[in-house]
Design a protein around this ligand. Structure first.
Ligand SMILES: [Zn+2]
Length: 87
């Protein structure tokens, strides 16, 4: 069993993963998110790069901003994610 993963390595892996988010599959996104959770690595802004319901990376998201709330429609499952926009 190969288990020599440091938190730093995982952080690097996650950051590389999200820099190429458009080439990733929902399955990979889910796996990476789980990895981040396991190592207690906060995804922060990276969470906004994929659908929280089906883990589909947002490629051409339909974005709408209203009352300082940004909504993104997932082109895969149709679920809408909302985030408050910070000033
Ligand atoms: Zn979705």
């Amino acid at each position: 069993m190969l288990k020599k993963t440091s938190k730093k390595e995982v952080e690097k892996h996650i950051s590389e993963f999200f820099s190429n988010i458009n080439d990733r599959t929902p399955k990979e996104v889910k796996k990476t998110r789980r990895l981040a959770m396991k190592f207690k690595i906060p995804l922060k802004e990276k969470r906004k790069l994929f659908c929280k319901k089906c883990f589909n990376p947002y490629k051409t998201p339909k974005t709408r901003i209203k009352n300082k709330i940004k909504s993104v429609l997932c082109e895969n499952c149709g679920s809408i994610s909302k985030w408050r926009i910070k000033n």
